[in-house]
Design a protein around this ligand. Structure first.
Ligand SMILES: *[C@@H]1O[C@H](CO)[C@@H](O)[C@H](O)[C@H]1NC(C)=O
Length: 304
């Protein structure tokens, strides 16, 4: 398409104004034809697949809204239809309101098969008025144990907020409303595996984990409040590389997208320090008791 336009444009320079009209029409066509490939911005029917929980998972409003629910019988979940390898993936979530103790809303990228890679957000519910915990983790080649946990600076059940995974060959950045809360750097050259070869799908589910989720399992789910509901909208994968047999492979060498930042700018670093100072409640890199043999390797190189 691009080629055609350039050829046309070249031709029109030395020709009549009627061929300018052709150029305009071709340009309009390009714009129109391009939109389906960036549909990630809107239509959830196109991008997502309901996988678990039957009628408890629903796509509504012509593909603009997705809801998951959890009752005494089952939770529910969805996955992305496509797989990604690097990119920025945004979605807006509104979490279970009221007494959500014991519920977990998981939202993560994961590869399939053994030695899998995974980039996790999990939202642990609480009794009314008490704070949710945002639990994060990174698995590389089947190994996790890299948890960091945070409170939020707002009530995540009142409105939609944007949760983003920025995944590029240099680092993984977890963001909440564009504020970075965690950065996992690529320290491959120092012997820490980094997820950069296995494509991942997005997964999300709402389920019950009252054995551990709220105050370590002390607070159980109040089933009289069921069904519990979480809401999703504005899934945006326009800036992700889609891994598919029909498109060029996504590789660390070839991946470049101006909308996917490589690391943080000064403002991002300030925001990250602010979150870590006031909202981080657990960091595996500070948990000497848990790792008596020594902290995981990457903790030694963490700059933030
Ligand atoms: C729930 O609230 C309690 C009390 O404020 C707090 O200790 C806990 O971290 C909160 N979050 C979860 C998921 O347990």
């Amino acid at each position: 398409m691009m080629m055609m336009m350039m050829m046309r444009a070249g031709y029109s320079n030395s020709s009549s104004s009627s061929s300018n009209g052709v150029v305009v029409i071709i340009f309009v066509l390009i714009v129109l034809l391009k939109s389906p490939s960036t549909l990630g911005n809107g239509n959830l029917f196109e991008e997502l697949e309901l996988t678990w929980g039957g009628h408890r998972a629903k796509i509504l409003d012509g593909g603009k809204l997705l809801t998951l629910s959890l009752d005494t019988i089952s939770g529910s979940g969805f996955t992305s239809k496509r797989q990604y390898l690097f990119g920025r993936i945004d979605m807006q979530l509104k979490l279970v309101a009221g007494n959500s103790a014991g519920t977990v809303t998981a939202y993560y990228l994961s590869s399939e098969g053994g030695n899998h890679d995974e980039i996790d957000f999990e939202f642990l519910g609480n009794v009314s008025g008490e704070p949710y915990i945002v639990h994060t983790n990174v698995y590389t080649q089947g190994k996790g144990e890299r948890e960091q946990q945070f409170y939020l600076w707002f009530d995540p059940t009142k409105n939609f907020h944007t949760y983003s995974i920025v995944w590029n060959p240099h680092n993984i950045i977890f963001m909440v409303d564009n504020t970075p809360i965690r950065v996992f750097n690529n320290e491959e050259r120092r012997g820490v595996p980094f997820p950069n070869k296995q494509p991942m799908k997005l997964y999300s589910s709402l389920w019950n984990a009252d054995q551990w989720a709220t105050r370590g399992g002390l607070v159980k789910t109040d089933w009289s409040k069921a069904p519990f509901k979480a809401y999703y909208r504005n899934f945006n994968v326009a800036n992700a590389c889609v891994a598919s047999p029909s498109s060029p492979p996504c590789t660390a060498k070839s991946f470049a997208n101006a909308s996917v930042p490589r690391g943080l700018d000064p403002r991002g670093r300030r925001r990250l320090r602010w979150v870590q100072k006031y909202y981080m409640i657990y960091n595996y890199c500070n948990d000497l008791k848990r790792f008596p043999q020594g902290l995981p390797r990457e903790c030694r190189f963490t700059k933030f």
